[in-house]
Write a protein that binds this ligand. Sequence first.
Ligand SMILES: *Cc1c(COP(=O)(O)O)cnc(C)c1O
Length: 410
Amino acid sequence: MANDLFNTFMNGPDENGRFGDFGGRFVSETLMPLILELEQEYEKAKTDDSFWAEMNHLWTHYVGRPSPLYFAERLTDHLGGAKVYMKRDELNHTGAHKINNVLGQIILARRMGKKRIIAETGAGQHGVATATVCAKFGLKCVVYMGAHDVERQAPNVFRMRLLGAEVVPVTSGRGTLKDAMNDALRDWVTNVRDTFYCIGTVAGPHPYPAMVRDFQSIIGKEVREQMTEAEGRFPDTVIAAIGGGSNAMGLFFPFLDDKEVNIIGVEAGGKGVNAKMEHCASLTGGRPGVLHGNRTYLLQDDDGQILEGFSISAGLDYPGIGPEHAWLHEIGRAKYVSITDVEALAAFQLSCELEGIIPALEPSHALAHVMKIAPDLPKDHIICMNMCGRGDKDIFTVAKALGFEMGAFA
Ligand SMILES: *Cc1c(COP(=O)(O)O)cnc(C)c1O
């Protein structure tokens, strides 16, 4: 692939949407013209200064970018080794990194003259971000959400409805994120003319993995500038949690060609990466297959049936992982590890107690890995972890896990 020619990790995917053996366009004949049109429009927008000018304006005035780069001093002292920085993407409007990408796709949808936006959502974070931006632009918004998730995530369902979105409970399959994504793809094929499909992570058929990565790369670009200002150099290690892998790709991508920067992705280890598949670690515990239009590592049984996986963090339980991560894993440019529910809960509490930051359970996984490695690293080693979401949405889950009864505080 072209990467070998230019000795860079940063110009993938190839013209077929492939990152090595991963990615691609595994879609039906009916879907093919839609994704080819999208690719064409995105290629045009990408090199158009007015597109990025609109993004930058909204990133600044609507989202609140740049997000701060914060030196976690008490946490660093507590761990006694490497210097720990947090990229504060939890301070974005709507509380996570999702909106970085949603803005890009919806500005593109508007350029394409689309009036109806559809999205899939698992825990509801991407659904809320999409409903938010649709409200801002007066676009119709339909969010597909597994029936099981609709029940589990009532506050986000209500948020989406307040924002004017229609939430469609999906009962096919097991009624979770995977099934919601299938139904959204079906909707797109039936409503080709006026509809834009806004995907929430670096998954799906080409061009989605590359496009979502490009929009999220604002995270890593800011870290490059902010760390240079704070420390006069780049971090030694960057760490992020992985569901589908979009916040991680956003932090990692701008550093791929800086070979001295260690890159670590943290998957959800649930109850442990075991044979019973009570985890969501697609790279550490899965194998390659095809899902949602691309080839990547998936959680599957011996017959190739996709498994649901398990994690305390609803935002990490996608049974696949973005194809670019699968490639970075195979060529060894990034390292992937897993963190259990118990370890993530401990990191969640430590961040609250030492830094006054209530993190989402997803970045708590990244922080838990920081806690593992920082004590053994020298004091001049700089780690930057992506604090990609705030924990307000997770307090009920955490209370339950820690044995608190919410009513008992009264
Ligand atoms: C959705 C979500 C994730 C997982 O998605 P990625 O595409 O892997 O980033 C992680 N953290 C938070 C806070 C989320 O909302």
